[in-house]
Ligand binder design. Structure first.
Ligand code: PMP
Length: 398
């Protein structure tokens, strides 16, 4: 039966982790990861999460099946966070939201639904993008192409080329957009640029699919969701996937959502019924624990305030690490303009280093990043910063 099965290619980042684990260099540092570590280099357990779990434990309940679309209070809390609790679109019942298995699950439910709705649509993702975007939409049956994004020479975004590609896209094209904290580059559009993108999506009849995996990691919860308000103001029908993996440090609980903004509450009801079929035929219904924690935190004022503070703490620490990295690189004699490092948002930085320089970082210094030049700034801390900067300076200076 399996004689013809070929070995699938390894996930490049997992391969990097294996190489890191096997490295005997005591000073090794893993910047290839896509998770936030605290200043001690540990994955944090947020206090708001621990307190919500203690409350849940004290009033432990049996675990029946959840509804197909998940915990109602969770879906409502997600809507409040993504669209604003007082948003007219919520009062009008125009948003269909379902609990999903992380942000990936939200993307996949949306992709499967879109495949039924518009099977011949093309999907456009940014160049480069989170690698799973391409794989996920391809596996859902779509032809996936890219729109220009990263501009290596400018250390930023090639916005004119991005806009031109969107203007040239056929009506119905699904455009996957990183709402904030672009993975892998760290470069986000300005509000004025977003406005042009939203106008183009509207004028060309494109379908915006916003991937919001890092809300609160860039500038703040509302600031990072600003593009959502622009889409609402333009009257678009659009998709938003949400992930709480990073913002709640709940990676392994698989807590996310998909929201679809529709033209009327009647449409939203029909869309919800279709999303439920996608879920029902994939995994029937979602798990309870993580979503219950998030719903609890978001809807309990004291816990919510605690979460916002803890999230701000993660955001500020990342920003401090960016500034400190620049300062250390300068102190180590790197003379080139490094201001791009502090212009970038979120966990990642496209360092501008070549594949050869990234390989040298690994082999000579035990500093592991991705060959594209991507490093995880959220894995820097006050103990490893100096050695990482010294290693980077050495390979930059040649
Ligand atoms: N989208 C982007 C841009 C991401 O970076 C990630 C996670 N690395 C996801 C989606 C998936 O998030 P989750 O782990 O919640 O599935």
């Amino acid at each position: 039966l399996f004689a013809a099965v070929e070995m699938a290619p390894r996930d490049p980042i997992l391969g990097l982790n294996e190489q890191f684990n096997a490295d005997t260099n005591p000073a090794k540092v893993n910047l290839g990861v896509g998770v936030y570590y605290d200043d001690k280099g540990k994955l944090p357990l947020l206090r708001c999460v621990a307190e919500a779990e203690a409350l849940m434990q004290a009033a432990a309940k049996p675990r029946g099946y959840l509804p197909i679309d998940g915990i109602a209070a969770y879906d409502k809390a997600v809507q409040g966070l993504v669209f604003g609790a007082d948003s007219a679109v919520l009062a009008e019942g125009r948003v269909a939201t379902v609990q999903a298995l992380g942000g990936t699950g939200g993307l996949k439910i949306g992709a499967d639904f879109l495949k039924r709705l518009n099977p011949n649509a093309q999907v456009l993702i940014s160049d480069p993008s989170w690698e799973n975007h391409r794989a996920l939409f391809t596996n859902a049956g779509f032809a996936v192409a890219t729109y220009p994004y990263y501009d290596a020479a400018q250390r930023g975004i090639n916005f004119e080329a991005m806009l031109a590609a969107l203007q040239a896209a056929a009506a119905g094209t699904i455009v996957v957009l990183h709402a904030c904290c672009h993975n892998p580059t760290g470069y986000d559009l300005s509000p004025a640029q977003w406005s042009q993108v939203v106008d183009t999506v509207k004028a060309r009849g494109l379908v915006a699919f916003l991937d919001m995996a890092y809300q609160g990691f860039g500038e703040g919860i509302a600031e990072d969701g600003a593009v959502i308000q622009q889409c609402l103001a333009a009257g678009l029908d659009f998709f938003v996937s949400t992930s709480f993996s990073k913002s709640f440090s709940l990676y392994g609980e698989r807590v996310g959502a998909l929201s679809v903004v529709c033209g009327s509450s009647a449409e939203a009801g029909k869309v919800l019924s279709q999303l439920k079929i996608v879920i029902r035929t994939n995994y029937s219904n979602p798990p309870t624990h993580g979503a219950q924690v998030v719903a609890h935190v978001l809807s309990t004022p004291a816990l919510r305030a605690m979460w916002e503070e803890e999230l701000a703490g993660m955001r500020v620490r990342i920003r401090e690490m960016r500034q400190a990295l620049v300062a250390e690189l300068k102190a180590a004699g790197v003379s080139q303009d490094l201001s791009f490092v502090t212009r970038q948002k979120g966990m990642f930085s496209y360092s501008g280093l070549s594949a050869a320089q990234m390989q040298r970082l690994r082999s000579e210094f035990g500093v592991y990043g991705v060959d594209s030049g991507r490093i995880c700034v959220a894995a820097l801390n006050s103990r490893n910063l100096k050695s990482v900067a010294a290693a980077m300076a050495a390979v930059i200076k040649g």
